[in-house]
Design a protein around this ligand. Structure first.
Ligand SMILES: Nc1ncnc2c1ncn2[C@@H]1O[C@@H]2COP(=O)(O)O[C@H]2[C@H]1O
Ligand SMILES: Nc1ncnc2c1ncn2[C@@H]1O[C@@H]2COP(=O)(O)O[C@H]2[C@H]1O
Length: 466
């Protein structure tokens, strides 16, 4: 039987790792490697499945009907635990439960009262030799003696993973700690929604980032300069900024070094203090950036593979923020707009040609306006500065000479004609229900829509051949 594309991809990835790391004990390396891959995929699957269920979508229809119903009902009711009773054939016990290398860690975690699916690979097996990017040796430093330490859990993960639900005190620990089975067929297709499904209110009181270490005066001065230039940090309150700054890890990188490899799993987000980097998608250079810029956020936000390869074109000084702290602090504040507009932008046919990166940049540039029924959004003859997407509501388009000529609803856009053709507004647009629009300014329209502009031109309602 020929291998599937997914299987080949997995084996190729492993092949590459073996080449890179040249392990002395191949079998041990393979065991560690695949344990980690398995855990990563299941962690990802849980996030996505939980998001889908909370929206009433069953991702795995081959599960028995009862399982789906139980799972979605419990997700809708915010219940944890009920769904863990399901036992479908397509599900298989998770890594932490079956892997002999993991039992020590799983037991320690149970001692700490945490669900085993919060066990990270660093805790579950000796992974010191395996990692990706420039940090592969430096960051996997957890010792087995540290296994009992309660680790911070991903706050963006579903509640049952976040370890937030208290275990019933009457139940034996072992039985409550049995992880929820996971679908084996999930990762055939990676989804790229922002995993903002369970954004929990910020409660920083009892949480400290994993790599927290108070910075010295000199480091603080340098960091202030480096991140002061980055717009992401202006959105943080003082406490969040302090946590982020003290979680950053300094890394010097030599010219020519590959910092991120396209297709890898995301582990760190980077800020450039000194030096320049280039971005490649395949063999094509797509971008370049320098001091004060940041990169590596997409894979952490969307739980997707790295979208580009990043190469140091000079010697660089970088600051790296771990995935968990990134998601815990930056995602909900600095990247709020991306979460807010993700679904809308992805659903719009006119934007289908945009990449995840393009959509993220577009979302950064959007603002929101709300109109009441009867309010004019655009008036015919005015000069035009904004392009609009309808988030919800309804509007009608009219022309003085012709009366009402079109109805617009959620997911539609308008205001492009004046911007495309450098003309006054060609029609009046009025809200007929309470209407929320996302607006994009003229410069963003010209810079950020990329290939979608061609689609807008083709659909221009004032084109003579229409
Ligand atoms: N044109 C581009 N396409 C994709 N990623 C890009 C591009 N330009 C810069 N990047 C950055 O390159 C990073 C590679 O890792 P990530 O996918 O996590 O996040 C990506 C972005 O931060
Ligand atoms: N037949 C039409 N003629 C002109 N504008 C239209 C028509 N149908 C929809 N519209 C929208 O109404 C908007 C009014 O502002 P713009 O001219 O910038 O862009 C226009 C289009 O987005």
């Amino acid at each position: 039987m020929p291998l599937t594309g997914g299987q080949l991809e997995e084996l190729n990835l492993f092949h590459r790792k073996v080449h890179e790391d040249e392990p002395k004990d191949l079998l041990q390396f393979a065991a560690n490697y695949f344990n980690r891959r398995l855990e990563q995929q299941r962690f990802f699957a849980r996030n996505q499945e939980s998001l889908a269920l909370s929206k009433g979508i069953v991702l795995f229809p081959s599960a028995t009907r009862n399982d789906s119903v139980v799972a979605s009902a419990s997700a809708a009711a915010g219940l944890k635990g009920a769904e863990s009773q399901s036992n479908d054939q397509i599900f298989k016990a998770s890594f932490a439960e079956t892997d002999p290398h993991a039992t020590g860690a799983a037991a320690s975690i149970q001692e700490a009262g945490m669900a085993p699916d919060t066990v990270s690979s660093e805790e579950g097996s000796e992974m010191a030799g395996f990692g990706s990017g420039i940090f592969k040796d430096n960051f996997r430093v957890n010792k087995s003696s540290d296994k009992h330490i309660k680790k911070p859990v991903d706050p963006m993960a579903p509640a049952d993973q976040a370890g937030s639900s208290p275990q019933p005190t009457t139940a034996p620990r072992r039985s409550v700690a049995v992880p929820r089975p996971l679908p084996m067929n999930f990762n055939a297709q990676r989804r790229t929604s922002v995993s903002g499904e369970t954004m929990q209110p910020d409660n920083l009181d009892d949480w400290k980032p994993e790599n927290y270490s108070e910075k010295t005066g000199l480091q603080l001065e340098r960091l202030e300069k480096a991140i002061g230039r980055n717009f992401l940090f202006n959105k943080l309150d003082t406490e969040s900024k302090r946590l982020v700054i003290n979680s950053l890890e300094e890394k010097s990188v030599k010219e020519g070094k590959e910092i991120i490899k396209q297709g890898d799993e995301g582990d760190y987000f980077y800020i450039v203090e000194r030096g320049n980097v280039d971005f490649f998608v395949g063999s094509q250079k797509v971008n370049t950036s320098g001091p004060g810029s940041s990169f590596g956020e997409l894979a952490l936000m969307y739980n997707s593979p790295r979208a580009a390869t990043v190469l140091a074109t000079t010697d660089c000084v970088l600051w790296a923020l771990d995935r968990l702290t990134f998601r815990r602090i930056l995602l909900g504040s600095s990247f709020k707009k991306r979460i807010l507009y993700d679904e809308l932008l992805k659903s719009m046919p006119v934007l289908q040609s945009l990449t995840t990166y393009d959509r993220a940049k577009l979302a950064d540039a959007l603002d929101t306006e709300i109109y009441q029924p009867g309010q004019i959004i655009i008036r015919e003859g005015d000069s035009g500065d904004n392009f609009y997407f309808i988030e919800f509501g309804e509007a009608e388009v009219s022309k003085e000479q012709h009366g009402i000529i079109a109805h617009l609803k959620q997911g539609d856009y308008f205001g492009e004609v004046a911007l495309l053709n450098d003309l006054p507004r060609q029609a009046t647009v009025k809200a007929i229900k309470k209407t929320k629009v996302a607006t994009l300014g003229k410069s963003g329209f010209q810079r950020l829509l990329g290939p979608a502009v061609e689609v807008l031109k083709l659909n221009d309602p004032t084109r003579v051949d229409h």
